[in-house]
Design a protein around this ligand. Structure first.
Ligand code: CA
Length: 232
């Protein structure tokens, strides 16, 4: 079955160019020119796998659309298309709900690579029928059902968050560098920025830590990466 991708971009030239190239790669493409239109299409098209969201739009911003998708469709991959030369803190805002981001102007080759890498990640984890579980009280990670539980309560994770948690829990007590996390989860480290790792970790901490400002389970290894602390 063809993977369905939503492209939200108000500049018709860019939108058509991306759309044509995605179709040529064998994807089904749904186009939207405004945030409102994107939200409507998310609801009317049931099986969208991935959304490419421009940030600067005439109506509601791509960030709002990203938040809406995250709240309503947990399993969809999101890549933000951000303008060039944004300040760091702004970029963090843009990508706070996303799996990845790409800075304009981008090469179509790079965009296609990132799309296929994200789709692979979503599928890899969905098709994983290892039928195994990782227990680390108070957590239980069900690899088969792709679910994380804390004290038997399910914690909703995006595909990217799930992949990170799985990698950290599988390698509990080991310090994993941001490069290693990028390689494992995003498929390569050379195209990506550490920031995408950090924002995802922050998001996971908000979901799993008792006090996200004093993380107990996912600890920062300064200047290096992260470590999942297993309680004895
Ligand atoms: Ca725009």
């Amino acid at each position: 079955m063809k993977e369905k991708i939503l492209i939200l971009e108000d500049e018709i030239g860019i939108r058509s160019f991306v759309s044509i190239n995605l179709k040529r790669e064998g994807y089904d493409v749904i186009e939207a020119g405004t945030g409102q239109e994107a939200i409507e299409k998310m609801n009317s098209e049931s099986d969208i796998s991935l959304a490419l969201l421009d940030v600067m739009l005439p109506d509601i911003s791509g960030i709002e659309v990203c938040k809406y998708i995250r709240q309503n469709f947990d399993q969809i991959g999101i890549i933000m298309l951000t303008a060039k030369a944004q300040e760091d803190d702004k970029i963090e805002g843009f990508i706070s709900g996303a799996d990845d981001y790409i800075i304009k102007p981008f090469s179509i080759k790079e965009l296609l690579f990132r799309v296929s890498a994200l789709l692979r990640r979503i599928k890899k984890d969905t098709n994983n029928s290892s039928n195994s579980k990782i227990t680390s009280p108070p957590f239980l990670l069900d690899l088969d059902k792709r679910k994380l539980f804390k004290n038997s309560q399910e914690i909703e994770l995006t595909p990217t968050e799930f992949s990170i948690v799985k990698y950290l829990m599988t390698n509990a007590k080991q310090s994993l560098s941001r490069d290693q996390i990028l390689d494992e989860v995003w498929g390569t480290n050379y195209l990506y920025d550490f920031k995408i790792v950090d924002v995802n970790i922050r998001r996971i901490r908000n979901k799993i830590e008792d006090d996200p400002s004093k993380p107990k389970y996912i600890q920062t290894v300064w200047g290096y990466g992260y470590c999942f602390r297993k309680e004895e």
